[in-house]
Design a protein around this ligand. Structure first.
Ligand code: QUE
Length: 360
C-alpha cells in the first residue's frame, strides 16, 4: 500500500471530510497523514464553501491508535534526533490548527482513540463518542509522555482526573468520556452515517445550526460504565493531588481501600522516568497561559525523549519485539535523578516550536 492511500481528503456538500484509512496499523498517524491533514485544515479554513470539518476512520476497531512511533524510532536510529523530531513538529502544529480552527471540527471517535488519536479529536469543537469508543493516553507504558496537547487538556479535566489518566494510561468508555468533558456528544455507531449524510446536505451557512439540531435529535445517553469514574472521583482527587510523583506514590501506598494498591501495580509497569516527567509536565501545564505554550513545552520534552534511550526501549519492548519486558534506564522513580527530569523542560538551542497557518 502506498502512503497516499492512508488518508482520504474528501468534500461532501459543505463538509470537509478526512478519512483515516490505515486499518492494518489501527490508523496510527504517519508523517504523511499528518501533513495532509494539516494542509487540508489550512485550505478549508480559508474556503467559504466549507462550513465544517468531519474526521473519521474507515469502519473497523480503531478511530486512531496514536502516531506511527515505530517509524519515528527507526528514523531516529538511521537519521538522528532532528529528523525524528520532524514528525512531532508536524503533528503538534496540526494539533494547534485543530484547536484554532474557526469552524466546527467534528471528530467521530468510533473505536480506539489513544495518544495521537486523542490529539486529532480532543482539541476540536465537537468530540463524538460511541459504544465502541476506547479512550486513553497510554504513553508512560512505552517510556514516553502524554503529548499532542496533553500538557494542556489533562490538567484542565475535573480535579486530578488528568494526572490519573496521564500516569496510569487508564482506558475510558463513552459515558466516562462525557462525564469528564473529554467528549461533547454521544451517538450510537449505527447513526453515524445518517448524521454525516444530513450534515453534508446542509448549505455552508447552515451547517453549524444543522449540526446542533442533529446532535440533539440523534444523540443518546451512553450505557454507564460498570464502575463509573464519577464514583471514584473523590478518591482519585485525594490520591493524585500530590505536587510531585513521590507525594502521589506515598498517598497510593497509604490508601487503605485497595484502589491505591491497584494503581501502584499499574504504575510499576510504566517507565519510572516517564512517570517523573509526566507528573512534572502536567503540574507545569496547569499554569500555562495558552495552548501554543503547552505544545512548545512538549516539543522541548520530545527532543529529550528522542535523545535518551527510554522511549526507544519502550517501543522495542511493547511494539517491535513485543516481549513486554522493557529494561528501563532507572528501575524506580526514586532512582531517577532530578536533573534528568528538569533537563526535559530546558529551552532548545534552536528555539521553541512556532505555530501558524503557513506551509505545512
Ligand atoms: C502506548 C502508546 C502507543 C501505543 C501503545 C502504547 C502509541 C501508538 C501505538 C501504535 C499502535 C499501533 C500501531 C502503531 C503504533 O501504540 O502512541 O504504529 O500500528 O502510536 O502502549 O503511546
Amino acid at each position: 500500500m502506498t502512503e497516499t492511500t492512508e488518508i482520504r481528503v474528501e468534500r461532501r456538500g459543505a463538509l470537509g471530510i478526512l478519512v483515516l484509512d490505515r486499518q492494518h496499523a489501527l490508523n496510527a498517524l504517519t508523517r504523511d497523514m499528518v501533513r495532509r491533514m494539516s494542509r487540508a485544515l489550512a485550505a478549508w479554513r480559508a474556503d467559504p464553501a466549507i462550513g465544517a470539518v468531519l474526521v473519521k476512520a474507515v469502519p473497523g476497531r480503531a478511530f486512531c491508535a496514536g502516531g506511527d512511533i515505530r517509524k519515528v524510532i527507526e528514523i531516529r536510529g538511521r537519521e538522528g534526533v532532528a529528523a525524528a523530531a520532524g514528525f512531532f513538529r508536524d503533528e503538534y502544529r496540526m494539533n494547534w490548527r485543530i484547536r484554532n480552527f474557526p469552524k466546527p471540527y467534528i471528530a467521530l471517535c468510533d473505536g480506539i482513540t489513544m495518544g495521537g488519536g486523542v490529539g486529532i479529536s480532543v482539541h476540536g469543537s465537537h468530540r463524538i463518542v460511541t459504544e465502541n469508543t476506547l479512550f486513553a493516553m497510554p504513553e508512560t507504558g512505552i517510556g514516553f509522555f502524554p503529548d499532542v496537547g496533553g500538557t494542556w487538556f489533562l490538567p484542565r479535566l475535573p480535579g486530578e482526573l488528568g494526572m490519573y489518566l496521564g500516569l496510569t494510561g487508564t482506558r475510558l468508555r463513552a459515558a466516562d468520556c462525557l462525564d469528564a468533558g473529554i467528549a461533547t456528544h454521544h451517538l450510537p455507531a449505527e447513526r453515524l452515517s445518517l448524521f454525516e449524510e444530513e450534515l453534508a446536505a446542509a448549505p455552508a451557512d447552515r451547517v453549524e445550526t444543522v449540526l446542533g439540531e442533529l446532535l440533539s435529535d440523534l444523540g443518546t445517553r451512553p450505557e454507564p460504565a460498570p464502575a463509573p469514574l464519577e464514583e471514584r472521583r473523590a478518591v482519585i482527587d485525594a490520591l493524585f493531588a500530590g505536587g510531585d510523583l513521590f507525594a502521589i506514590l506515598d498517598a497510593l501506598e497509604a490508601d487503605p481501600s485497595g484502589f491505591g494498591a491497584a494503581q501502584l501495580d499499574i504504575l510499576r509497569e510504566k517507565s519510572p522516568f516517564a512517570l517523573r516527567v509526566t507528573c512534572a509536565q502536567l503540574r507545569r501545564g496547569a499554569g500555562l497561559a495558552d495552548f501554543a505554550e503547552a505544545l512548545a513545552l512538549e516539543y522541548r520534552i520530545v527532543h529529550r525523549f528522542l535523545e535518551g534511550r527510554e522511549f526507544a526501549e519502550g517501543v522495542r519492548a511493547l511494539l517491535v519485539d513485543k516481549d513486554r519486558n522493557p529494561q528501563w534506564t532507572w528501575p524506580d522513580p526514586r532512582a531517577v535523578p532530578d536533573e534528568a527530569v528538569e533537563a526535559c523542560f530546558a529551552p532548545l538551542p534552536e528555539g521553541d516550536l512556532a505555530f501558524d497557518w503557513e506551509e505545512v
